[in-house]
Design a protein around this ligand. Structure first.
Ligand SMILES: NC(=O)c1ccc[n+]([C@@H]2O[C@H](COP(=O)([O-])OP(=O)(O)OC[C@H]3O[C@@H](n4cnc5c(N)ncnc54)[C@H](O)[C@@H]3O)[C@@H](O)[C@H]2O)c1
Ligand SMILES: [Zn+2]
Ligand SMILES: [Zn+2]
Length: 345
C-alpha cells in the first residue's frame, strides 16, 4: 500500500509499505477513504516531537471502511463505515474509566506518532471498539473528518474547559483550524461576545464569517488594549489560547477578566511566564488539556443535525497521489489560505 512516511526532520516520502495486519484480538484494520493533515504533523516534520520515530506513517485523522477485525472486536465488522478518533482508548484503564482517554495507559495519542497513522491506504487501529465510531447512513464523510481531532479539541480544551456561558465574553487567540473549531462550538452556549485574534487578516475574515462578533489583528502589539476597549475595560470571561507560543499565552493573561478562565489549547514547546504578581488577586482559573475526544458522539449529532457546519473548515481537496502537494498547500497557509485539506483515497 502507499503511505506518507516521516523519515526524520524535514524528510517525508510516499512509500510502498506492507498492508497492516491484525496484531491483537482488539485491533481493526481500516481502509482509509478520507484523511487530512494537522498542524501537529508539521510539528513532527520540524523535528519538534522526538517521540515520533523516523519510519512512522503520519496522520491521526480520517474516516474509512473496516477491512478486518480481530476476534475480540464486537462492535464492528468488515464493510462498516467508521470515524477514527485521533486518541486511542482501551476503555478499561483508570484514565479511560474517568473519560480521560488522552492519558490511556496503553493508548492516548499514538496514531501517526508512536504507531503508524492514517495517511495511508490502510491503518491498524488498536482497541477498535472504543477508538472508532460508526458513521450514520447518509452522513457527509468529509464533514466527519473534522470530528477526529479539530472539533473535539476546540470544544473540549477551549469551550468546555473555558466555561463559556450564555451572555459571556470570549476571546480566542489564534484563528487557525483549532481556534475556528472553538469559535463554532462556543456558539452552542450563546456567548454575547466572541473576539477572534490573529495576525492573518484572511483567517480573521473567516472568523467573522463563522460568527465572531469582532476581530483583532494583533500584529501591532496593541491587541490587549483593543480587547479592553471592546469589553468596556473589563476583559473577557474566557480567553482561549489556540496558538502555542509565549506571546499569545501572555496576551490571555492580559485580557482575562477578574473571575475569568484562561483555557490553554496550544502545544507549547518552550516555557511561558505566569504573571502571578498581578493575577494572584484576580480569581482566575487556568486550564490545560490534551483532547480526550469524549465529545465525538455529541459533536457527531450536532454535525448531523446541521447545528454546526463542519465542512466550512475544508478549503482544499486532493487525491492520495497528490499528498505531497497537499502538504505543500497546507504548509503555506498564509499564501494558499488553506484551513483543512481533504485527502481522498
Ligand atoms: N491540546 C490539544 O489537545 C491540541 C490538539 C490539537 C492541536 N493543538 C494545538 O493547537 C494549536 C492551534 O492549532 P492549529 O491547527 O489551529 O494551528 P495553526 O498554526 O493553523 O493556527 C495558529 C494560528 O495562530 C496565529 N498566530 C500565530 N502567532 C500569533 C500571534 N502572535 N498572535 C495571534 N495569532 C497568532 C496564526 O496566524 C494561525 O492562524 C497548535 O499549537 C496545535 O499544536 C492542541
Ligand atoms: Zn491533530
Ligand atoms: Zn485506557
Amino acid at each position: 500500500m502507499q503511505a506518507l512516511v516521516y523519515n526524520g526532520p524535514g524528510q517525508k516520502n510516499v512509500e510502498d509499505r506492507p498492508k497492516p495486519m491484525i496484531q491483537m484480538p482488539t485491533d481493526a484494520v481500516v481502509r482509509i477513504t478520507r484523511t487530512t493533515i494537522c498542524g501537529t504533523d508539521l510539528h513532527i516534520l520540524k523535528g519538534d516531537l522526538a517521540t515520533c520515530q523516523p519510519g512512522t506513517v503520519l496522520g491521526h485523522e480520517g474516516v474509512g471502511i473496516i477491512d478486518a477485525v480481530g476476534a475480540g472486536v464486537v462492535s464492528f465488522k468488515p464493510g462498516d463505515r467508521v470515524l477514527i478518533s485521533c486518541i486511542t482508548a482501551c476503555g478499561r484503564c483508570n484514565a479511560c474509566r474517568k473519560g480521560m482517554y488522552s492519558h490511556c495507559a496503553t493508548g492516548g495519542w499514538i496514531l501517526g506518532h508512536r504507531i503508524d497513522g492514517t495517511q495511508a491506504e490502510f491503518v491498524r487501529i488498536p482497541y477498535a471498539d472504543t477508538s472508532l465510531y460508526p458513521i450514520p447512513d447518509g452522513a457527509d464523510e468529509e464533514a466527519l473528518v473534522m470530528l477526529s481531532d479539530i472539533l473535539p479539541t476546540g470544544f473540549e480544551c477551549g469551550v468546555l474547559n473555558g466555561k463559556v456561558q450564555p451572555g459571556s465574553s470570549v476571546a480566542i487567540v489564534g484563528s487557525g483550524p483549532i481556534g475556528l473549531a472553538a469559535l463554532l462550538t462556543a456558539q452552542f452556549y450563546s456567548p454575547a461576545e466572541i473576539i477572534m485574534i490573529d495576525l492573518d487578516d484572511n483567517r480573521l475574515a473567516v472568523g467573522k464569517h463563522f460568527g465572531a462578533t469582532s476581530t483583532v489583528n494583533s500584529a501591532d502589539g496593541d491587541a490587549a488594549q483593543q480587547v479592553m476597549k471592546l469589553t468596556g475595560g473589563r476583559g473577557v470571561d474566557t480567553a482561549i489560547e489556540a496558538v502555542g507560543i509565549p506571546a499569545t499565552f501572555t496576551l490571555c493573561e492580559n485580557i482575562v477578566a477578574p473571575g475569568g478562565t484562561i483555557a490553554n489549547v496550544g502545544v507549547h514547546g518552550i516555557k511561558v511566564d505566569l504573571h502571578l504578581e498581578r493575577l494572584w488577586s484576580h480569581n482566575v482559573t487556568i486550564t490545560t488539556r490534551l483532547v480526550d475526544t469524549v465529545s465525538i458522539p455529541m459533536l457527531l449529532k450536532t454535525v448531523q443535525s446541521k447545528r454546526i457546519d463542519a465542512k466550512q473548515l475544508i478549503t482544499h481537496r486532493f487525491k492520495f497521489d497528490q499528498i505531497l502537494l497537499a502538504y505543500d498547500t497546507f504548509g503555506k497557509a498564509a499564501d494558499t489560505k488553506a484551513l483543512k485539506v481533504i485527502i481522498e483515497a
